[in-house]
Design a protein around this ligand. Structure first.
Ligand SMILES: Nc1ncnc2c1ncn2[C@@H]1O[C@H](COP(=O)(O)OP(=O)(O)O)[C@@H](O)[C@H]1O
Ligand SMILES: [Mg+2]
Length: 292
């Protein structure tokens, strides 16, 4: 049982950098009549051994840090203390790790690109040779398309693996190797809030990049999802435990494949083309979620 007993009035938004999204959420929360404050995770240490919880954090928390690990551990601690955190530690843990996400999607019958995990340079190379080039290699944690490479041939594979072997982060030696999806020059992003797909966009890749992330210059265009896509998005959201998510999909020759679930969704691009106010939708959901 959580600490929330009385009627909701307060919300804390935990952040580490105020993006457009956090400012929007803050304004919409005020508009919805919530007493809202911003908690900077960078300047708010948490006392793990204290018997009292921080009074400056409201019972209901919207976790919005850019840093995956900051948000993840903030959620872990606050949840242990009985706070209601959106998204939950579990959801952040599953979504923040592409290995676990792919495993879950696949196990739950949700189409996802064919992916191997290799635990050494040599076996990664063997897998890439077997899959045939190009292949995509990704860090298991990360966003904005960073350090994701399209490997076109064996020479590139060897060079990339050699570099990754030298990197100090041990996760760089876990090789997430994925088939390259021969798709149109775009992918699909849905913003899911609770059990609803609130907005869906195509993201067109810029002329000088094969990745479609808005942060890399991808262009948003509104899309009305068909029922198949909508069902896949909602099923994927459920599998990771929700609640406010950005789910990525691609159009393969065999239909949709879902490749990523973001538990800290950026929605500026989608907001620029959607008729819905996504921040308001999120706040309304958060407000209504207290009894859940
Ligand atoms: N297997 C793939 N085939 C083709 N394009 C891909 C593939 N995986 C990723 N991409 C492109 O790279 C982008 C970033 O990949 P993604 O897995 O979503 O990681 P990130 O967490 O960095 O957003 C995708 O939005 C898509 O445009
Ligand atoms: Mg993505």
């Amino acid at each position: 049982m959580g600490r929330i007993t009385s009627e909701l009035a307060k919300l804390s938004i935990v952040f580490d950098r105020l993006r457009w999204e956090e400012k929007e959420l803050f304004e919409r929360a005020k508009e919805e009549g919530l007493e809202v404050n911003l908690v900077d995770a960078k300047s708010m240490p948490l006392d793990l051994t204290s018997s009292s919880v921080p009074s400056s954090i409201a019972d209901l928390v919207l976790q919005r840090t850019i840093s995956h690990y900051r948000g993840l551990y903030y959620a872990a601690i606050l949840e242990r203390w009985g706070y209601r955190v959106i998204n939950s530690y579990k959801s952040s843990h599953l979504c923040g790790n592409k290995l676990l996400t792919t495993l879950l999607l696949s196990q739950n019958g949700i189409p996802t690109p064919h992916t191997f995990i290799a635990f050494s340079r040599d076996s990664a190379l063997q897998i890439m040779d077997k899959m045939g080039y190009p292949v995509v290699i990704k860090p298991i944690t990360g966003s904005w398309g960073r350090m994701i490479a399209k490997v076109r041939d064996r020479d590139e594979a060897e060079a990339l693996l050699e570099t990754r072997e030298m990197l100090p982060d041990p996760q760089q030696q876990i090789y997430y190797v994925q088939e390259y999806i021969n798709r149109p020059p775009r992918d699909i992003r849905s913003v899911v809030v609770g059990d609803r797909v609130v907005a869906t966009i195509y993201r067109y890749q810029p002329d000088d990049d094969w990745k479609t992330n808005i942060a890399r210059g991808g262009k948003a265009e509104l899309l009305k999802p068909d029922s198949e896509l909508e069902e896949l998005m909602l099923k994927a959201a459920k599998v990771v435990g929700g609640e406010i998510l950005g789910i990525d999909a691609m159009e393969s020759s065999n239909g949709y494949v879902l490749h990523e679930i973001n538990n800290n969704v950026e929605f500026k691009g989608a907001s620029s083309v959607s008729e819905k106010n996504i921040a308001s939708e999120i706040i309304k959901y958060v407000k209504g979620s207290v009894s859940k």
